[in-house]
Design a protein around this ligand. Structure first.
Ligand code: SF4
Ligand code: SF4
Length: 423
């Protein structure tokens, strides 16, 4: 069989020596996230997009690792078919609900308009009816509800009331129910978290910290959480930072609070004012620091997408705002330029037996397949999926930082696996 190098390989620029003093490079296959040491000569051939004539045993090994694939295979279409199939599955429903129209934070990085609540009993009932109808559809196997936008804890009782009905309905029908919440954290208390965890089945919470405001109290509330009380909880602490000094101060504060425990994971991102390339260049240093200090910071090597990219490309996912409008993209209800222009329909008038109308980005996979987006030729498509169609449409690349610093990440992986970098 004629074979070729997979288009989803990243070969390390660095040369290392392995335990037998052989020169090797690391080869990352982004379809599997596997990183393999490969002899220098073969790795350089792969980097050129070729596989050249290889000894049978080497070819066999590389085939097993999916580094070599049949020449006839259209990998771009394969990857997009997999991603599209997930986005079109009727078995999984995803509702992103904005229960409050008013946030108590007013963070500078946020594009939201901070107006006091527009949520009315009428459209709350319509939201409830719509989610319950989704749960009861014969094709539904799992339902995910994400509470986000503004500050969902301002609507704590509304969340509890609605979630209790969703959980009961899902249990009655044997539908898997999962739920997450994104919060500024200031209104989070252990008592509330216990209710959200036990009654509302919120097993993943993202606390978004604003570094421009005092955040020590939030960190110490989080530090008081005991894993035995919340065995399934995934607590992510996200912070959008403006420069390296802010990053170091934040890491110091997290360590001082004792958050270097397995139940916490950190996601440090660049604020809008920090150029992405500069952020990416600096990031490996603090990833190493966090790893050494035991602060969870995800994996160095990204995993292949296991779920649909985002609600905006998924017809069975929808965003329902506090004013009762249905959107496809989570940013649309929160940003003035889209809040009116991108309403797909009103929940009070929607036919709950039908999925939401098509939004701006539902043809994303087709666009990539037609080569209309730079993602078509990117080796990170299996892990990234294009990250954010809205951002691309706004004219800004949406690439995650690992696209820019994967080489330094491979160096960190090499160091952890005992490979020595050649100078
Ligand atoms: S298009 Fe971007 S902002 Fe909109 S839902 Fe997808 S990832 Fe989020
Ligand atoms: S967003 Fe960037 S990293 Fe992701 S697939 Fe597209 S080009 Fe690649």
């Amino acid at each position: 069989m004629v074979q070729k190098a997979s288009r989803y390989l990243v070969v390390s620029d660095s040369l290392y020596t392995d335990g037998d003093k052989r020169p090797v490079r690391l080869v990352l296959n982004t379809r599997t996230s596997r990183v393999s040491p490969v002899g220098d000569a073969v790795a350089c051939t792969l980097r050129a997009g070729d596989c050249g004539p290889l000894p049978d045993d080497v070819a066999e090994q590389l085939t097993e690792l999916d580094i070599l694939v049949p020449d006839s295979r259209d990998e771009l279409t394969d990857v997009l078919d997999e991603q599209r199939a997930r986005a079109r599955s009727l078995a999984s429903l995803n509702y992103a609900l904005v229960p409050a129209g008013f946030c108590n934070m007013g963070c500078e990085y946020c594009g939201q308009v901070h107006v006091r609540g527009k949520s009315t009993a009428n459209h709350r009932d319509a939201v409830r009816d719509r989610v319950l109808r989704g749960i009861s559809r014969p094709s539904t196997e799992e339902v995910h509800v994400g509470w986000f936008g503004n500050e969902p804890l301002l609507s704590y009782e509304i969340v509890r009331g609605l979630a209790a009905q969703f959980v009961t309905a899902a249990d009655d029908r044997g539908v898997r129910y999962t739920s997450t919440m994104t919060t500024g954290g200031a209104l989070l208390t252990p008592r509330r978290l216990r209710a959200l965890y036990e009654e509302c089945r919120i097993h993943a919470v993202q606390a978004v910290i604003d570094p421009a405001r005092p955040y020590q109290r939030i960190l110490s509330v989080l530090a008081g959480l005991m894993p035995e009380e919340f065995p399934l909880l995934r607590m992510t602490i996200r912070c959008d930072l403006a420069d390296v000094a802010e990053v170091d101060a934040f890491i110091d504060a997290a360590l001082a609070a004792g958050l270097n425990r397995p139940m916490f994971e950190f996601e440090l991102r660049a604020a809008a004012t920090w150029p992405r390339a500069r952020f990416a260049a600096a990031e490996p240093r603090w990833l190493r620091r966090m790893q050494e200090a035991g602060l969870g910071c995800g994996t160095l090597i990204p995993s292949p997408l296991a779920r649909p990219l985002c609600p905006a490309v998924t017809r069975t996912a929808e965003v329902i705002s506090s004013s009762g409008a249905i959107f496809s993209c989570t940013e649309h209800p929160l940003v003035p330029a889209h809040e009116q222009a991108d309403i797909l329909e009103l929940v009070a008038h929607a036919d709950h037996n039908r999925q939401r109308p098509a939004g701006r980005y539902d043809d994303w996979h087709d666009r990539v397949n037609r080569g209309q987006q730079p993602c078509s030729s990117c080796p990170f498509l299996p892990t990234c999926g294009g990250r954010c169609p809205k951002r691309w449409d706004d004219g800004a690349p949406a690439c995650p930082s690992y696209k820019h610093n994967i080489q330094q990440r491979l160096d960190l992986v090499a160091a952890k696996s005992g490979l020595l970098r050649c100078s």
